[in-house]
Design a protein around this ligand. Structure first.
Ligand code: NAD
Length: 290
């Protein structure tokens, strides 16, 4: 396939490289980041889009996605697929899909889970929204960049799944960190706490695979002075998207709201160092009940 790739940052760099390594003809564009090996550099988003069977975007947010989409949609050939893998709000995803359809294109919103490690190893999970035909066209690309792709429904359904998943992630990380801080104050050894919880009903991805306590459990950003990983700023962005969606859909999400407040205080008032989202543990260690 002839593939255009826009947004070659921490995630997109690896994803584009994996597509090129699998033998696809990949052309890339980024405002700042260099092209990975095997990817041909283009001078503009429109150059990337011209003649491409699929254009993949991996951009920071919905506003940037919409501005890039406005440039590439007129340049894409009829029947080509615009596949956005960024994490953005549901409304932006739906509006880009509508514009693409109106121009005779197909569109898929396909945000990912698995982080930079998953992007590098080609083991991401894709959660996709869009028509069957569009999903079928890009499935072979998901198979290269990831290990699983779930077709969640119509346009925006992929972003809806991503936002719900990451709301659970933020809530669970906050809960895991506060439980470790409580265990400390109760005099419980952290390794014992991990040994019990990771095999009991309190287990979770944040405890078992991404433990926020240094020196406990598998290697995680906690063992690397909380360097990201998944930056607390990105966690906050996703939690805010969940709360924006909850307001729009009239859904009651009190735990998501509290996790958003905690990450907002952490990122804006306490951190400022671009640390991993698991650095919520040192925050709880420092604080008492007041
Ligand atoms: P990043 O900031 O490293 O990469 C984004 C890239 O987009 C940058 O290289 C930037 O120069 C480029 N860019 C910005 N505006 C542009 C424009 N107008 N035209 C072309 N390029 C432009 O971010 P990332 O970590 O790669 O994340 C990308 C997306 O994936 C985000 O939506 C993020 O929420 C999501 N995501 C990230 C992770 C993660 O662990 N990093 C995991 C899952 C999902």
């Amino acid at each position: 396939m002839k593939i255009g790739f826009i947004g070659l940052g921490n995630m997109g760099h690896h994803m584009a490289r994996n597509l090129a390594s699998a033998g696809h003809d990949v052309t890339g564009f980024d405002l700042a980041a260099p092209c990975p090996d095997g990817v041909i550099k283009a001078d503009s988003p429109a150059d990337v889009a011209t003649g491409a069977d699929v254009v993949v975007t991996m951009l920071p947010n919905g506003a940037i996605l919409k501005s890039v989409a406005a440039e590439i949609i007129p340049a894409m050939s009829a029947g080509a697929v615009l596949c956005d893998c960024s994490t953005v709000d549901v409304e932006s995803a739906r509006s880009v899909a509508e514009d693409a359809k109106a121009a005779g294109l197909m569109a898929v919103d396909a945000p990912v889970s698995g982080g930079i490690g998953g992007a590098d190893a080609g083991t991401l999970t894709f959660m996709a929204g869009g028509d069957d035909a569009a999903f079928k066209t890009v499935t072979e690309l998901f198979d290269i960049m990831g290990q699983k792709a779930v077709h969640c429904g119509e346009a925006g359904a992929g972003q809806a799944a991503k936002i719900c998943n990451n709301m659970i992630l933020g809530i669970t990380m906050a809960g895991t960190c506060e439980a470790f801080a409580l265990a400390d104050k109760l005099g419980l050894d952290r390794q014992k706490m991990f040994d019990v919880v990771s095999t009991s009903s309190g287990y979770s991805w944040t405890m078992n695979a991404y433990c926020p306590a240094p020196g406990v459990g598998p290697q995680s950003p906690a063992d690397n002075d909380y360097k990201p990983g998944f930056a607390a700023e990105l966690m906050l962005k996703d939690l805010r998207l969940s709360q924006q969606a909850a307001v729009a859909a009239d859904a009651d999400t009190p735990m998501g709201e509290r996790a958003t407040e905690l990450y907002s205080t952490f990122v804006e008032d306490e951190d400022g160092q671009g640390r991993d989202f698991s650095a919520m543990l040192p925050r709880f260690e420092k604080r008492g009940r007041d």
